[in-house]
Design a protein around this ligand. Structure first.
Ligand code: ADP
Ligand code: MG
Length: 661
């Protein structure tokens, strides 16, 4: 019998309902929901050594306290110092703090320092800690204070009868093995870094093993009726393009078509660095599906990208006789009805869309191919949802995020891989420069000069609107100050795009930029994936310390897509991370460096339960663990009998009838 949530102390019906709404059904689910990260204040960093963008615990004495404004607008500024340096702390709307702080007071703090354009360092909203500890941080649940959550988890751990995962213990290597209740206890209430690491290692191993087992169950061979695809399909498709395919594109198209002519469903991952031309490959496959008499659906992570793909797919495929439709959340009810009907009766051969494609009412007359673009943006369950719209579709997955081989094996099981290891000819490498504050004005001069020649620039900011984080550029604020009378880009056509805007408006702005009707686009990372504006030659990234290296590489990939020389300007001082980016053009190499630089310190970083989120962080650091998990799954399968059946059942319980697309 599952233990209901409201049987736990501190959880009345209201909080229990809040948890259920967040997907936590009972007490068991509550303890299985591991922290997303840990706040470690057992190790202190000297104030002088605090690094921008890196969370850390530090201690100091209050040197001064000041406040500005009243009520919600109140701002409290506190300077703390230790014997190495000083740093200011800023709180917004926290006037009550004034009553608790006094000069000379020792404080134990936890937060992330950031650097203002003038070089001053500050920490916005640091946590004031009572004692040094290793504290779990959970994904927030609306209507549930963190303290109540921790109390409920502690109680649940004591009261639940069975916390087992169902994995036969003999499949767990001795060095990893741990009593499961103890592992969960340590994951939620760690006694030490060592005990926490052991616990997480054990729990990760379990997840990896169950995942490997689930994949194995799914990959039982299936026979399907082969598609009849005209022999000249690739020639016809490429002949209709404005460019000649690269050698890699030719090779991968042949691989895809061979799969699609096969008598088992294709399951292929196409990897390739940003800008290598994966989209055309996806369209080629969709065209083949259409010519075979079937339909193809393409799932895309953002509305911007969906609209862009729709425009280019329509341009490429409609002249070849395939009808293309777009389905996103911002379609009007009427548009939506039209698209849904045309997908259901087969009028549309190709449908491109966002999550809206998953809705129950979306049905296809004869869906034979599911394509996922930028797959790393989707969860496992979401990808499965699309392929459930039909029986045994061919699946094609496009990704620009390089994945270490072992990880790929686990994530994609026996998915075949194609690597597009060649970019269209004539591309000049993007020149990457670090731009210190003192050269900002000159850089804007450069942007003006590019605009005068008809080229365009992106300026990417971490936030859409001004947040408590005073040192961090926001798109709205920056765009305003750039185009203001007397501003450095005054007179240029400057647009703004971010996630807070109505999606229609955002799409229109992007379309205007792509069409050359804007000189500058100030944006958040909504332009990170896939956006293609061939006239853009400059990518400026504000507060680059806020982004991961791989993400910076993706952003940089938005320029240098045509034949013109392009630049990527990283605003800030030199540091090892940004130097690495400037020195490297290869996305795989950058991903490896990113991992190496984050180093073992990050072992205690975000480590979520459930995949592929778990992989996103476990990745390289845990490769040996992945190998062990895969070996254990192989062992169970080879042994067969009781252990294999137990493992299968455990995998079913954890991942359901998972399908991977
Ligand atoms: P990604 O692999 O990042 O998805 P895209 O498919 O968006 O890359 O392609 C990047 C740009 O290169 C697009 O503007 C596309 O039209 C262009 N492109 C693709 N293939 C070729 C080619 N063979 N020759 C010239 N340009 C190409
Ligand atoms: Mg792409």
């Amino acid at each position: 019998m599952p233990l209901p949530l409201d049987a736990l102390p501190g959880l009345g019906p209201v909080r229990a309902a809040a948890l259920v709404k967040a997907g936590v059904a009972d007490a068991r689910a509550l303890v299985e929901r591991l922290p997303v990260k840990y706040q470690d204040s057992t190790v202190l960093t000297r104030i002088a050594d605090l690094r921008p963008g890196v969370e850390a615990a530090f201690a100091g004495e209050v040197a001064s306290i000041r406040s500005y404004g009243y009520g919600k607008a109140a701002r409290v500024h506190v300077v703390v110092e230790d014997d190495s340096s000083r740093v200011s702390l800023v709180w917004f709307g926290a006037a009550w703090l004034l009553k608790q702080l006094y000069a000379g007071q020792p404080l134990l703090l936890y937060g992330t320092v950031s650097r203002a354009p003038n070089g001053a360092r500050s920490v916005a909203h640091p946590a004031i800690l009572e004692r040094r500890a290793l504290l779990p941080v959970y994904a927030a649940v609306d209507g549930m204070p963190g303290k109540a959550l921790r109390g409920a988890i502690a109680a649940a751990l004591d009261r639940i009868g069975d916390v087992e995962s169902g994995i036969p213990p003999s499949l767990v290597p001795e060095s990893i093995r741990l009593d499961r209740r103890e592992a969960l206890k340590q994951a939620h209430f760690p006694e030490s870094r060592e005990s926490l690491e052991h616990a997480l290692r054990y729990l990760s191993f379990e997840t990896l093993l169950l995942y490997a087992a689930a994949l194995r169950r799914r990959s039982q061979p299936v026979h399907i009726e082969p598609l009849v695809i005209p022999t000249d399909i690739t020639e016809t498709f490429w002949a209709a393009q404005p460019f000649k395919p690269t050698g890699a594109q030719t090779r991968v198209s042949a691989e895809i078509i061979a799969d699609m002519r096969g008598d088992s469903p294709m399951s292929r991952l196409v990897e390739g660095d940003v800008g290598c031309g994966k989209t055309a490959l996806a369209f080629m496959a969709m065209y083949a599906a259409a010519r075979s008499g079937g339909q193809a659906a393409m799932m895309v992570p953002t509305e911007i990208l969906a609209a862009q793909h729709f425009r280019s797919a329509a341009g490429m495929l409609e002249p070849l006789g395939a009808r293309v439709g777009l389905l996103t959340g911002s379609a009007s009810a009427k548009e939506r009805r039209g698209i849904v009907a045309a997908a259901a009766d087969g009028t549309l051969q190709v449908v491109i869309g966002t999550h809206a494609l998953f809705s129950k009412d979306v049905k296809f007359a004869n869906l034979v191919l599911c394509v996922t673009d930028e797959q790393h943006r989707f969860g496992v369950k979401q990808r499965a949802a699309l392929s459930e719209k039909t029986i045994h579709p061919h699946t094609l997955v496009m990704s620009a995020t390089p994945i270490p081989r072992t990880l790929a094996m686990l994530l994609y099981g026996d998915m075949k891989r194609s690597v597009v290891d060649e970019s269209p000819p004539g591309r000049l490498p993007v020149e990457t420069r670090l731009v210190p504050e003192s050269k900002r004005a000159r850089m804007y001069g450069f942007i003006r000069a590019q605009a005068a020649e008809g080229w365009q620039s992106y300026i990417v900011c971490p936030h859409a609107t001004q947040t408590g984080d005073a040192d961090c550029a926001s798109a709205e604020w920056l765009a305003q100050s750039l185009r203001d009378a007397g501003g450095p880009l005054c007179g240029l056509r400057v647009g703004i795009a971010h996630g807070g805007q109505p999606s229609r408006f955002r799409a229109e702005t992007l379309e205007a930029f792509q069409g050359g009707k804007l000189d500058v686009l100030v944006a958040t990372t909504v332009v990170e994936v896939g956006v293609d504006a061939p006239g853009a030659t400059v990518m400026v990234i504000e507060n680059p310390e806020r982004f991961g290296l791989a993400q910076l590489h993706q952003l940089r990939g938005r320029v240098g897509r045509g034949k013109a020389k392009s630049w990527c300007f990283l605003m800030g001082e030199r540091n090892a991370r940004l130097d690495a980016l400037a020195a490297t053009r290869d996305g795989f190499e950058i991903a490896r460096k990113d991992l190496a630089m984050r180093g073992p310190g990050d072992l205690l970083g975000v480590r979520q339960h459930g995949l592929p989120e778990a992989f996103a962080v476990a990745s390289g650091a845990d490769e040996p663990l992945m190998v062990l998990a895969r070996e254990a799954a192989d062992t169970a399968a080879a042994r067969g009998g009781g252990d294999a059946a137990l493992l299968d059942e455990a995998a079913r319980v954890r991942f359901g009838t998972m399908a991977m697309a």
